[in-house]
Design a protein around this ligand. Structure first.
Ligand code: UDX
Length: 451
């Protein structure tokens, strides 16, 4: 089979490379000539574990190509995927569909055969229907079928998520569209992945509902963490205790400084806007958005309190600035709220992040970038963990204690065993760990298994 993937951002590139792994011939198209040139030299514009190897392998095999030319790429393709960005529209939080419609118009102008156009980008309910109308208007001569196939790829484990998904969602209107998508995802039959065929509207909504539910789950445990701190309970154990109930599930119950990233913040707000436009109140999601925004700001107070209120002129070592580990992505990262607020209080900020520096340098002016965690915490008056990179779990706390000026450790990702940190001489503040002195918390696996 042969497909074209329009947009070589995060989703397009990962999906294109993974379809090639499924044995499909893929051409990835992007307007950004420098990006395509880079990809043609075997260089990858984003950091995603395993992606470089996968792209290299399938480029060498001739199954994965890159091009700035949409016309030849879609000619004869069994399906054309739209995987361009749908950022938040400035000001109002609606998803900005201008890239999607620009791509669709170009597809319509260039198509020479009846084809299936599939949205992989996250698009508000009703977009598929609008695209179908657009195609009928621009190309009444051609049967252009539309489908919705949302992605559920987590940054940092996107390849694994594509190759071994919990499920695949396909919103289709015709038997042909269903057959094409079923054929493209056939390799997943081997691992018995459920493939759910729905209407286009349902598929579009499943994507938003998934991300909103997960954002709500995180926000739920974050608020419980606040309560744990004052009543002397341990949120890690609460999460485990409730998570073992199969109806709740263990994942996405890790308390922290608030969710960030390219999806949750944008998709929660976009679903609210869609619901509003249809006169429906989604009060739970509305609250989730507000609680999460306030939380990022509240973390500043937590840090200031841990430092005894004295921040001006003090040096703070920040470990991790990306919105989560195994990515260089800084979008909506809590660090973008917390670091500038600490600077505004007069703190000097030294940062170490294994991958975040390139992006971070643009977004966090005035911080000192360090080559490793120990360099960052030398002479620090407080050490603040903002992202749970694995390298921080293995930090030598005795060595760290010897390097800092004041032993204040604010662990906003609960990376460290509080008792270990306290034994090493640190004053420890975690998230929701009100039971620190009462009993020994269970050590967490570093696998991310419980997220
Ligand atoms: C998410 C969805 O998981 C994915 O299915 C969707 O397609 C895109 O959005 P991603 O944004 O890459 O993926 O990251 P994810 O691992 O879901 O984390 C999102 C945010 O939530 C991060 O800031 C993370 O730190 C936070 N989080 C996650 C928590 O604070 N606690 C958790 O238990 C899990």
């Amino acid at each position: 089979m042969r497909i074209a993937m329009i947009g070589t951002g995060y989703v397009g590139l990962v999906s294109g490379a993974c379809f090639a792994e499924f044995g499909v011939e893929v051409t990835c198209v992007d307007k950004a000539a420098e990006k395509i040139a880079m990809l043609e030299q075997g260089r990858i514009p984003i950091y995603e574990p395993g992606l470089e190897d996968l792209v290299a392998r399938h480029r060498a095999a001739g199954r994965l190509r890159f091009s700035t030319e949409l016309g030849p790429a879609i000619d004869g393709a069994d399906a054309v995927f739209i995987a361009v960005g749908t950022p938040s529209r400035r000001g109002d939080g609606h998803a900005d569909l201008s890239y999607v419609f620009a791509a669709a118009e170009e597809i319509a102008r260039n198509l020479r055969h009846p084809a299936l156009v599939v949205t992989k980008s996250t698009v508000p309910v009703g977009t598929g229907r609008r695209l179908a109308r657009l195609f009928r208007r621009l190309r009444p001569d051609l049967a252009i079928d539309v489908a919705s196939n949302p992605e559920f790829l987590r940054e940092g484990s996107a390849i694994e998520d594509f190759m071994r998904p919990d499920r695949v969602i396909c919103g289709v209107e015709t038997e042909e569209a269903r057959a094409t998508l079923a054929a493209l995802y056939r390799p997943l039959n081997l691992i018995e992945t459920p493939i759910l065929f729905t209407t286009i509207e349902t598929a579009e909504l499943i994507k938003y509902a998934t991300n909103c539910f997960l954002a709500m789950k995180i926000t739920f445990i974050n608020e419980l963490a606040d309560l744990c701190e004052v009543v002397g309970a341990d949120v890690q154990q609460v999460a485990r205790g409730i998570g073992l109930d199969g109806r709740i599930g263990r994942k996405f119950l890790h308390a922290g400084p608030g969710y960030g990233g390219s999806c949750f913040p944008k998709d929660t707000v976009a679903l609210l806007r869609t619901a509003e436009a249809h006169g429906v109140a989604l009060r739970l999601i509305d609250t989730v958005v507000q609680v999460n925004e306030a939380r990022k700001r509240r973390m500043v107070k937590k840090i200031v309190d841990a430092m005894g209120g004295e921040v001006a002129g003090r040096r703070i070592a920040v470990l991790g600035v990306t919105f989560k580990p195994n990515t260089d992505d800084m979008r909506e990262s809590p660090s973008l709220v917390i670091v500038p607020a600490l600077q505004a209080e007069g703190a000097e900020i030294r940062v170490f992040d294994p991958e975040g520096r390139r992006e971070g340098e643009k977004l966090l002016p005035g911080v000192v970038w360090c080559g490793d965690p120990y360099e960052a915490l030398t002479g620090a008056d407080a050490v603040v963990v903002l992202t749970e990179w694995n390298v921080f779990r293995g930090l030598d706390l005795e060595r760290a204690r010897a390097l800092v000026r004041r032993p204040v450790l604010v662990d906003l990702r609960n990376v460290f065993d509080p008792e270990r940190a306290i034994r090493a001489g640190f004053a420890y503040t975690g998230v929701g760990r009100g039971a620190v002195s009462a009993h020994r918390p269970e050590p967490r696996a570093a696998t991310g298994d419980e997220r």
